[in-house]
Design a protein around this ligand. Sequence first.
Ligand code: 6PG
Length: 235
Amino acid sequence: MRRTYAVGMDIRVYDDRTGLADAAAQLIVDRAAAGTFSLGLAGGSTPRATYERLAEMRADLSGATLWLGDERWVDPDHRDSNARMARESLGTAHGASFVVPDWSLGEPETAAAAYELALDRALEGRPPGLVLLGMGDDGHTASLFPGTRALEVTDRNYVANWVDEKEAWRLTATVPFLASADQVVFLVAGESKAAMVERVIERAEPFPSRVVSDAARDVIWMLDTAAASRLGRPL
Ligand code: 6PG
């Protein structure tokens, strides 16, 4: 594992996706050992290996409240659902409670508002604990896509967000909500992310993932060598 410190950033680089998943799973297990906590789950494909590793480790997350940093506006059994991906990869032995949006409410804005309330109750009014996030090759994180309205929201924790390029609604945590977390951990892997990793980390271009990273109270970027391949040498 090679540590590269861009100014003020903790960047951890692992040989491959497996090494990244092992380290991320261990970070979660260590956090769980410290007592009850909440864990915001990243969606997409990258974190699946971490969740599967947690299942392999038979991690005891019984003190944890799991929630979703974002969700696609689909039935929770749809193949694109982040809730489905998390359930399939984490399995059921973890013992954590899992709070997911209620798709049956029928309207994205209604579901986002209801989820926001459900999260406030589940987190007992406390800020999020540990939040996992991914990054798209366009620099989005959660479902905060460049140029979308949710990026400008400052008075909500969770909103519906229309994403033109996807021609779809998404539900997403907002910048202030993610920034209020005890710790944010970005999990980014693959050659396809290398150019955006360089733009976001070394050039500090204000894509949504950098905006969240800069606003976070404590942030770690965990990358594999492919995603980090265009970063400068360790400082
Ligand atoms: C989602 C996400 C999203 C994801 C990135 C990276 O719902 O898709 O939460 O922010 O983390 O798009 O996705 P991959 O890991 O599939 O590259």
